[in-house]
Ligand binder design. Structure first.
Ligand SMILES: Cc1ncc(COP(=O)(O)O)c(C=O)c1O
Length: 386
């Protein structure tokens, strides 16, 4: 027997990575030593104090009941304290909702605010959840905002058609381009959202993975942002906790409340023990500056970044040295799918830019979530392929 998918599921775009993933599986099954520079999942471990806290909190029987669906009060307080220390932003408890990782919140915000055919401005290229999870699966209409190299991979806000737009997504430090912004751009974005009564969803997942002294802002630092914006964040990248699924959304009370209302009908929040670990993790910040663990973590990543960019440039590829994230957005001079397949043949997996949207064509995303020796070996193989 077969069952028909819902129309909204049928509208999801074809999964472009399917063929590549199949080849990766085949190669692995053949015993090929494949080096993956394709996933956005840190290879470095969470800091020891978090592993200890996890053991302790998970062992406490009191921490195994249902959580408050909006998140434990001490978790929300810890998030508010962190925003004050890190961004000098004031948040009340009802301006914070706990998430099962920021991906879940990004997907569910559409469920709270998007009606059939509402238009949603989505960066292109982008993390696919804005278009798929939050727009198409909520019966909305995706309006792509091209992120072009000549504009620093920022949308040209003046060129956008804002008619009937209900929501827009922005993400800096950006996946996949690794572009960053300053508060001047964020002010323009808030102004645009306010002028056009648009909900501004700001994905700040990578704000703590930064290099060369760059300090990523929060959209909520901008005057008036609290009228229109909700910011998504998580402990995934900051504390190397991608699998623990703990994040949060903060900002405008009605937007956070709408998300919480939807979530209360879908999940019952992250496990209490995970939230308690997150409280300890966020408390590691004593001020705006990153805690020692994170400084060391980012120095390791920075060294890898320098190595990867230097070798890629030597081979002849054009790429910027990113100030944040663990991605290098490489100009692959043509068909990104062919480029990725050619690299797979020499045992290196990268992500073709087209998988992040049409404007990602001509680029590939190369991650530095591998130890230095593996990056060097991968680059040797890439060099041989070209
Ligand atoms: C831009 C961006 N936002 C959000 C996420 C989701 O992260 P998590 O759900 O682990 O918080 C990712 C994960 O790769 C990402 O790249």
């Amino acid at each position: 027997m077969t069952f028909e998918y819902a129309e909204r599921v049928k509208r999801l775009p074809p999964y472009l990575f399917a063929e590549i993933e199949k080849t990766i599986k085949e190669k692995k099954a053949q015993g090929v030593d494949l080096i993956s520079l394709s996933i956005g999942d840190p290879d470095l471990p969470p800091p020891r104090f978090i592993l200890e806290a996890l053991k302790q909190e998970a062992a406490d029987p009191k921490n195994h009941n249902y959580s408050f669906s909006q998140g434990e009060p001490d978790f929300r307080e810890a998030v508010a304290d962190w925003y004050k220390k890190r961004f000098n932003v004031d948040l009340a408890q009802d301006q914070v909702v706990a998430l099962l990782g920021s991906k879940e919140g990004i997907a569910n915000i559409g469920r709270a605010f998007i009606n059939t055919s509402d238009r949603v401005l989505v960066p292109n290229p982008a993390y696919p959840v804005y278009a798929n999870g939050s727009t198409i699966l909520c019966d909305g209409t995706v309006v792509p905002m091209p992120l072009l190299e000549e504009d620093g991979f920022r949308p040209d806000l003046e060129a956008l058609d804002a008619r009937r737009v209900k929501m827009m997504f922005l993400n800096y430090p950006n996946n996949p381009t690794a572009a960053t912004v300053d508060t001047k751009f964020l002010k323009q974005a808030v102004g645009f959202a306010k002028d056009n009564s648009i909900i501004l969803c700001y994905d700040n997942a990578y704000s703590e993975i930064t290099y060369d002294g760059y300090c990523a802002p929060s959209i909520l630092e901008v005057d008036g942002a609290m009228d229109v914006a909700v910011e998504f964040h998580s402990l995934s990248k900051t504390f190397n906790m991608t699998g623990d699924r703990i994040g949060f959304a903060v900002g405008n009370k009605q937007l956070v409340g709408g998300l919480a209302k939807v979530k209360s009908q879908i999940d019952s929040g992250p496990p209490v023990y995970t939230q308690k670990v997150a409280v300890k993790a966020l408390a590691a910040y004593k001020g705006k500056e990153p805690p020692e663990f994170l400084r060391k973590n980012n120095l390791i990543l920075q060294e890898r970044r320098d190595l990867l960019v230097e070798i890629l440039r030597k081979i002849g590829f054009k790429c910027d040295k990113p100030k944040a994230t663990f991605y290098v957005w490489v100009n692959c001079k043509g068909d990104s799918m062919k480029f990725a397949k050619r690299l797979l043949d020499v045992g290196v997996a990268v992500t073709p830019g087209i998988g992040f949207g049409e404007c990602g064509e001509g680029y590939a995303r190369v991650t530095f979530t591998q130890p230095k020796e593996r990056i060097i070996e991968a680059c040797n193989r890439i060099s041989r392929a070209f």
